[in-house]
Design a protein around this ligand. Structure first.
Ligand code: DGL
Length: 271
């Protein structure tokens, strides 16, 4: 069967990539999606560059076995370290999450003071600062690693007082710098949006790359004529998009937080 009917592959270290999946479903409702969350090895953000690159290759191979037509690296940590190598190694379109978020931040900021919160690995890679400078060299970027956010999200503690207390502590230095834009440089962080909004205040714009990433995926599929046609006449039973969620550990926990975030039940399969 032609590639048009193949799914879009998406991976993350855990459930953070669901923030991107939600937007893909909104912008590309006809497309099948296969998601892989490496919950057995999460977090990636505190691992070495070598491990992050190896995990990213393995995750891509898992998706390729499902015959995906393109891969979305819905993980800032993997995008920071492995994107260039993945693109060299695998011969299909691969989209990362750094550049779309950086472009959006450069568009949104008025005072040219942008904060970036991300995993320690992403902050150390300086991938956001470099990408933002490419759009506007006058922007001052202040970065803050927030390693406790990922386990809080994976645990489903999206609105607990402890989560707010941790956010207050991490964001204190950024609030002092007077940023008017805050990039959520980890796909887990949009799940904490209400807490982050409360702590930063209504005047600070929160930027997450999910909308931009989904728009880029759509553009690529259109350009390469890879969109899934409506196929009503040819495949009446295959009209609806199918979503598969594959994970490497703890499916129940994944399903619970996914339900809270997506607003409906999903079935996660451990592989
Ligand atoms: N959600 C991922 C990111 O965007 C990874 C978080 C982690 O595994 O540390 O960076």
């Amino acid at each position: 069967m032609s590639l048009n009917y193949s799914p879009i592959g998406v991976f993350d270290s855990g459930l953070g990539g669901l923030t991107v999946v939600k937007e893909l479903i909104r912008q590309l409702p006809r497309e099948h999606i296969v998601y892989y969350g490496d919950t057995a090895r999460v977090p990636y953000g505190t691992k070495s560059k070598e491990s992050i690159i190896r995990f990213s290759h393995e995750n891509t191979r898992i998706l390729l076995k499902r015959n995906v037509k393109m891969v979305v690296v819905a993980c800032n940590t993997s995008s920071s370290y492995a994107l260039v190598q993945l693109r060299k190694h695998f011969h299909l379109p691969i989209v990362g999450v750094i550049d779309p978020g950086a472009r959006k931040a450069a568009e949104v900021t008025r005072n040219r003071k942008v904060g970036v919160i991300a995993t320690p690995a992403t902050v150390n890679s300086r991938s956001y600062a470099r990408a933002i400078f490419r759009y506007d060299r006058a922007i001052q970027v202040s970065s803050q690693a927030c390693p406790l956010f990922v386990p809080l999200v994976e645990e489903g503690w999206l609105r607990k007082p402890v989560t707010t207390a941790v956010a207050r502590e991490y964001l204190k230095p950024l609030r002092k710098t007077g940023v008017d834009t805050l990039v959520l440089g980890c796909t887990h962080y949009p799940l904490l949006k209400s807490v982050l909004k409360d702590v930063m205040g209504a005047k600070v714009a929160l930027v997450d790359s999910a909308t931009e990433v989904a728009a880029e995926v759509k553009r690529i599929l259109q350009d390469r004529q890879l969109l899934r046609p409506s196929a009503v006449r040819l495949f009446p039973s295959g009209r609806r998009a199918r979503y598969s969620f594959l994970i490497s550990d703890r499916p129940q926990q994944f399903e619970k937080t996914a339900r809270e975030f997506l607003g409906y039940n999903i079935k996660a399969v451990k592989i």
